[in-house]
Write a protein that binds this ligand. Sequence first.
Ligand SMILES: C[S@@+](CC[C@H](N)C(=O)[O-])C[C@H]1O[C@@H](n2cnc3c(N)ncnc32)[C@H](O)[C@@H]1O
Length: 248
Amino acid sequence: MSPTSRTKPDPDHAPPADTRSFAEQWSGISKYLADVFAKPDPQLATLMSRAIAEGIPDIAVSPETGRFLSLLARMAGGLGGGGGARMIVEVGTLAGYSTIWLSRGLAPGGRIVTLELNPKHADFAQREFARAGIAARVQIRRGPALESLTTMARTMPPASVDMVFLDCVKTEYPEYFRIVRPMIRAGGLLVADNILSSGTWRIDDGPGTSPDRDAVDEFNHLVAADPAFESIGVPIGNGILVARRLGA
Ligand SMILES: C[S@@+](CC[C@H](N)C(=O)[O-])C[C@H]1O[C@@H](n2cnc3c(N)ncnc32)[C@H](O)[C@@H]1O
């Protein structure tokens, strides 16, 4: 049905306003996606509950988002080299949950550099990488992400990264984008979590309601307007941005 052929809503019989949060509205859909597409292995199934028991916050991506990340990593490598990403940069490690999903999309010999400020999180993640058998393929760079990224942008060859995954300080998203932009090769992917919501804000709360929301909104507009990328926001989990660098 085209929008113009819809009958006008009758204000006297309007449905009651849906007061559920974004997460509540989507929890059934989220569970369905996870059940059908994202069955975690025994390690991933218990990783976050073990992390939470050690005092690490419950802020990892959802299982279906993790599955989406592994698929994107697989596609980010392009058709050459047996498929899979050869180099992934992740900003925000936490307990290593998303890193392990990302590792499932690595090419043979592919590597991940993941950035984390909190030593407790980095130590926990390091143990999980050993347990997952990926410790030799994952390097945790400890310290503030902006500093690590600035050093990496200076020392790594330009356009040498297949995929960047941003999931760190939301007010720093625009700055992360400016730094990682030249690092992503043609055909590579920029992916970011929380581009539509977090536990405390939603993008449609509107400007001025939260510094995190406003910074993410600025980031979304920066990427969407960048002629070097084709991009879309996907309403899975808290919203994932997927942007492909043009030229390949
Ligand atoms: C949302 S969590 C990452 C979740 C992870 N990607 C996952 O889904 O499993 C964000 C992480 O960034 C870390 N962090 C916070 N500020 C940081 C900074 N300035 N530099 C680097 N890491 C930081 C936090 O300690 C936390 O572990």
